[in-house]
Design a protein around this ligand. Sequence first.
Ligand SMILES: [Zn+2]
Length: 587
Amino acid sequence: MAEAGSFADRVKQQADIVRVVGEYVRLKKSGQNFTGLCPFHGEKTPSFAVHPVKQIFHCFGCGKGGDVFSFVMDMEKCQFPEAVRIVAEKCGIALPKPKERTPEERKENQQRAVLIEMHREAQTFFVKQLETTGEGRAARAYLDDRGLDKDAIARFGIGYAPSGGDALLRHLKQKYPDKLLTESGLMSRDQNGARLFDRFRRRITFPIANESGKIVAFGCRALGDDQPKYLNSPETPIYSKSNVLYHLDRAKDALRRQDFAILVEGYMDAIAVARAGISNVVASCGTSLAEPQIKLLGRFTKRVIVNYDPDSAGQAATERSVSLLLEHDFEVKVLALPAIGDKKADPDLFIREKGAEAYTKALKESPPYVDYLIGRARQMDLTTGEGKLRALNYLMPYVQKIPNGLLRSEWATRISQQLRIDEPVLRAALNKAATERRSEVKTKPELVGKAGKPAERRLIRMLAEAEDFRRELAQRLKQSGVYQGLETEKVFAALIVAGLADEPMQPTEIGALLEERDRRVFFEILFEEANEGTWEEAESCMEALRSRQVEQELAEVQREIESSPSAEAMRGLLTRKQELLKRRATG
Ligand SMILES: [Zn+2]
């Protein structure tokens, strides 16, 4: 949150949310607000609104809402400090000079810089080994065999780690202390931890770069039958596996231009695809995609063709990745390459055997994930009811993640045809699955659209905005407790605290204190067209709430009276009823 007086706060004061949002969404003036098509969910009629005075946005369709920073964070998939910087830049606000860091931060930064430098040197070393040594020659023959010629070796920085076990160590030792060598992940220690030696031995090396192109790790493939076949750098201060996508640094432009990504499993696949002239390829470098990787990719495109290995590990990884991508609103296709002879084809093998053109064609024809999954379900035994149920249960988790009702309905027809399941039965199951999807329930506007009676909504609005009497109103509400038990009770409670503190009301800060559902109600109330409130109106609204409370309690007492209680209880209830009737009359 933007703390008062901070740079972020200053940016927020100066930035115009309409202008910033307007760079992403075509906005039209509508009454006091601006409206447009929501960038966070697909829609044909605008339900996305920006409030120029309150400096907030809210979507009446999907419920997303917040201030200029949360908008930019969602659009750019970035963190708060980055959003502040982007907004400041868009609005021409000069950034402050970077603060003097703490000694620890400075030390960490220095250490990271040294580790990156060390990786650069290791890269040069590996490349030289491949080019100039006898062992390197054998490695080149292997690469040649895999179709990786001189050009490819140079383009992707492929190198060789010799078998000796301390060649790189000896090379780096003169310059770097043992501690840093260990932390780099380039070295291992022997069992009793006494001696350092090269982690990568007798392996082809592939440099792994971060988003900005700096080498932060290596992926290495065994030259012979050594196990494991693939060995990568461990997690280090400069490398976290789940935060890096192989080849992203070179794919960025193509990803933006073509607005889709091809996702493959390993660096050999990524290199093969890139060499086929298809630059918008990235590799997860692991059996499955991790959430930070998805967010990273989402900054460049929201459309993905998953092309993992066809073996069972690859299929499981495909399913996990599809599931995660769907959760992050990606449009997903799956390419399962046909076998070549009796060999299951990964992208590398397929391109080598069939050529770039055939691969491009396969990409173009790759089916939406729905068809891929149905295809997988069809491979199960569908001759028995039990088998069909298993197939259906396999598909259901994906269905639950489809945010769009129309799409879900399309699925239903397709699944029933393909699996030969009675359509009404299937639809019932689908609907059940869909309602169990919490966020889906949340996105139905009618569920929250009119939470609270008019009197409640007016009071909330005044409590948020009536500069002259917010505080007094908060006090009166707190004393009388008339908001207790209301649907909007939590919104009241948060506003009363803010009102009593007599600080300027910040919608997003109040919103941050509320649960999502309550925040939506609150923002919707703020967006209602309304006149300025008066103290008289506030009093009459409180009165309306008070009499509603009395009516409700009366009804309850009456129910208990009619439920034939004990004589003693009855006496108490009747007394209470008299009191309430009197209160109703005097109110
Ligand atoms: Zn929306």
